[in-house]
Design a protein around this ligand. Structure first.
Ligand code: ADP
Ligand code: MG
Length: 456
């Protein structure tokens, strides 16, 4: 009966995913348990577990629902062939069972669990040690370390913003884990804004008394994805009071959002200004070197060694965010583990090559120089000339930066493309732009604009 149900799910999934994906992820899975509203699926390894939680959970829940099974929760447990033992769930710092890591943060569960069941769960895997620092996130990392060392004293609130999958949740939970490690008596509460909003709205809806102390009797409040508060006026008001109570008592507040406070629509002015009291820092997309370092480290953690070409290949085809990078790597590793082969370049190309939107490879150094010049209404030979006029120097530095970040040219090659003999200028220019990107919003925007034009 159990397995008939799972076969039905598999049958439907098979129609909607690629053959490689189906074999990689769904072979060796089974339905282990079906209780009233919980379902437990056995999956072969940790990569598959992560993939199910992040990627397939929603789809599986939908199919189950269509087949008349309403599960409020689907658990994925590692069910290894040799040792049919369910993996123990991780526990949070506070001793409560943590919801599976990526499920809580990446995918809405089948139905909303009560906020209280997962509100203060910190995922122990998110630590500073497992966070790879590169030029796209080093400011955020440094600020988080400072807060972890001395919570409530400086950078209060600490506001982290940036696109999805760039490490905001990881970093802010790392702060929580570090604080709890240094002083286990510190009360750290991690919650998503969505859980806060739902908790508050439920109280209003069911006329329950709102328990403000839950969020106020803490030493550190970490609240993720603040953009969800947009448009929720009453919740904003309540959060305003929570914020004030904590701030006045010098309790640390850490907030994340996908955009800076001033860009969150319909955010009350008084909240916006409070969010800007402390420190706001953005996390950007990782550059090529950081992507490579992340892949290499994560592969090693999984017990694999990747060749340089394989790492560079993955870092080239997956550029947008770290979650996708991890997903691609895990898919490759799980596939190879199952087949008993090495994760080499050829396998990576076969498995991931056509499933991703690859950026065109025909981009040439000349095009980079032309498009950069055009963006600044210059001629390409202004860029390659030795002229030192101010309105040419910065575009030239940007062109060098793009030659490095987009085409991964060596410094001597960059110098050569610009008609220069000495490559130290290229090194300085690239470094200068890397620094400016962090501090100067306009330069950052200009580079994003040019980058977009490079790939049209
Ligand atoms: P966000 O909250 O910004 O959407 P997450 O913190 O959930 O992103 O990160 C997505 C995934 O990428 C997580 O598994 C996280 O551990 C990983 N990750 C992000 N940044 C880094 C990094 N710098 N080093 C190692 N892993 C990272
Ligand atoms: Mg997040």
């Amino acid at each position: 009966m159990k397995n008939a149900l799972w076969q039905t799910v598999l049958g439907e999934i098979e129609l909607s995913v690629s053959r490689a994906s189906f074999i990689t992820w769904f072979k060796n899975t089974e339905l282990l348990q079906q209780n009233e509203d919980e379902i437990t699926i056995g999956v072969p390894n940790v990569f598959a577990k992560q993939q199910f939680e992040v990627k397939f959970n929603h789809q599986i829940a939908e199919i189950l629902k269509r087949n008349g099974v309403k599960a409020s929760r689907i658990n994925y447990v590692i069910n290894s062939q040799q040792n049919k033992k369910t993996a123990t769930r991780s526990t949070s710092v506070s001793g409560n069972p943590a919801s599976p890591a990526s499920l809580a943060d990446a995918m809405p569960p089948v139905s909303q669990p009560k906020a209280s069941s997962r509100a203060n769960s910190l995922n122990p895997k998110y630590t500073f040690e497992t966070f790879i620092v590169g030029s796209s996130n080093d400011l955020a990392y440094t600020a988080c370390m400072a807060v972890a060392k001395d919570p409530g004293t400086k950078y209060n609130p600490l506001f982290l913003y940036g696109g999805v999958g760039l490490g905001k949740t990881h970093l802010m939970q790392a702060v929580g884990n570090e604080i709890a490690k240094r002083d286990p008596s510190t009360r750290v509460l991690y919650t998503s804004t969505e859980a806060f909003v739902n908790d508050f709205l439920d109280c209003m809806r069911y006329k329950r008394k709102w328990d403000a102390s839950r969020y106020r009797n803490v030493d550190v409040l970490i609240i993720d994805d603040m953009q969800f508060i947009a448009g929720k006026e009453r919740t904003q008001e309540e959060f305003f009071h929570t914020f004030n109570a904590l701030h006045q008592a010098n309790k640390q507040i850490i907030i994340s959002s996908d955009k800076p406070p001033k860009a969150i629509p319909t955010l009350e002015e008084r909240l916006r200004s409070r969010f800007e009291w402390g420190m706001s820092i953005d996390i950007q997309s990782p550059d090529f070197e950081t992507r490579c370092a992340i892949l290499q480290t994560k592969a090693q953690l999984g017990g694999f060694t990747l060749s340089r070409e394989t790492v560079e290949y993955l870092a080239t085809i997956i550029q947008t965010n770290i979650r996708e990078l991890e997903g691609g790597l895990n898919q490759l590793l799980a596939f190879c583990e199952m087949r008993g082969t090495d994760p080499d370049l050829q396998t990576a190309q076969g498995l991931l090559g056509n499933t991703r939107t690859t950026r065109p490879h025909h981009l040439t150094p000349k095009q980079v120089i032309e498009k950069t010049a055009k963006h600044f209404q210059l001629e390409p030979n202004d860029i390659t000339s030795p002229k030192r006029d101010k309105h040419i120097v910065v575009p030239r530095q940007i062109a060098m930066y793009l030659l490095r970040s987009e085409l991964h040219l060596s410094f001597p090659k960059i110098a050569n493309e610009l008609g220069r003999k000495d490559h130290t200028t290229a090194i300085h220019s690239v470094e200068k732009i890397e620094k400016s990107i962090k501090l100067d919003y306009i330069i950052r925007q200009q580079i994003t604009d040019i980058r977009d034009k490079l790939y049209v």
